[in-house]
Design a protein around this ligand. Structure first.
Ligand code: SAM
Length: 294
């Protein structure tokens, strides 16, 4: 069950999509004074070395986040300039973890990006079930001395969220980012979101998923759309494809599905997604989609 380690993939194109969306959503949701609760159902280790063994072996950040600094992967592709505000905001968060450096050697995962953008009265509940990653996350978080602001839970994130919804101030962002190592994760995501909407219909829910030739992966965004439409809630769906197929290995594409998204997000992604394609696209199959309703 636990062969997935995010350290191999940190800073890849899927992280660029997911974390650009996360930064944009958090910036919007922290504009209001009332406290925000962020629930990270699958938090990972929190901090990753891009020059460490895991990331160097896979080289995924070289084809991902580093393109934002070093320009397009394809030689005949023009570099977008200036970078879209959403990408600039994402880079600014990353720079904070790499002070004084021109490039990136440290990559912050979702709990660190989140904690960086939270105010003192906001709360982060970070679930991580892999004992090694959970230990690493607890150790990394302890160094922040964030006290009660951040709770790391060595629990099943699909189950554990229930106790935090609805949140005290009735404002929450939930990021659901499983590794989808096991087929049942797709169904568990749907069950989780169905249950969350019953517990707290006005929360913002963000689900990342891989676009791979597997029926469950294909069906997940469709089923999320159906259940969100049934609940009468607005949604936004963004996908990023960096190559035509899985030739050469590696994930070709991924998507983010948001329920009750910030109303500013669509315009922000409309600018950022074509630039992600220009920078990280690996062949003519690269592209994006952006849909919304409500
Ligand atoms: N959200 C992280 C980020 O953006 O930096 C990356 C998370 S990674 C894709 C998925 C993580 O979920 C892995 O670290 C894995 O060990 C953990 N995991 C797998 N099953 C889980 C479960 N049922 N509950 C909580 N964590 C789980």
């Amino acid at each position: 069950m636990f062969s997935y380690r995010h350290a191999f993939h940190a800073g890849n194109h899927a992280d660029v999509l997911k974390h650009t969306v996360l930064v944009a959503a958090l910036q919007y949701l922290t504009e209001k004074d009332a406290a925000l609760t962020v629930i990270d159902t699958h938090a990972g280790a929190g901090l990753y070395r891009l020059d460490g063994d895991y990331a160097s072996t896979s080289g995924e950040a070289d084809q991902g986040v580093r393109r934002l600094l070093e320009g397009p992967l394809l030689p005949n592709q023009a570099a977008p300039s200036p970078l879209a505000p959403a990408l600039q905001a994402y880079l600014e968060v990353l720079r904070n973890f790499n002070p004084g450096k021109s490039g990136f050697t440290v990559y912050p995962g979702s709990p660190f990006i989140t904690q960086h953008l939270l105010r003192g009265h906001d709360r982060l509940k970070a679930f991580e079930l892999h004992p090694t990653d959970s230990r690493a996350l607890s150790g990394n978080i302890a160094q922040l001395e964030a006290g009660r602001q951040v709770a790391v839970l060595l629990e099943d994130g699909f189950e554990g969220v229930k106790k935090f919804l609805p949140p005290p101030q009735r404002r929450a962002l939930l990021l659901c980012d499983p590794s989808y190592e096991i087929k049942s994760d797709y169904g568990r995501v749907l069950d989780l979101i169905t249950d969350c909407l019953k517990r707290f219909a006005t929360g913002t829910y963000a689900v990342w998923y891989p676009i791979i030739p597997r029926p469950e992966a294909h069906d997940l965004p469709k089923r999320l759309k159906t259940l969100t439409n049934k609940a009468g809630k607005p949604w936004l769906h963004a996908t990023l494809t960096v190559k035509s197929g899985s030739a050469g290995g590696g994930l070709p594409a991924s998507g983010m599905f948001l329920i009750n998204p910030p109303y500013t997000l669509k315009a922000a992604l409309k600018e950022a997604l074509p630039q992600m394609v220009a920078l990280m696209g690996q062949d003519k199959g690269a592209g994006f989609t952006l849909d919304s309703a409500g």
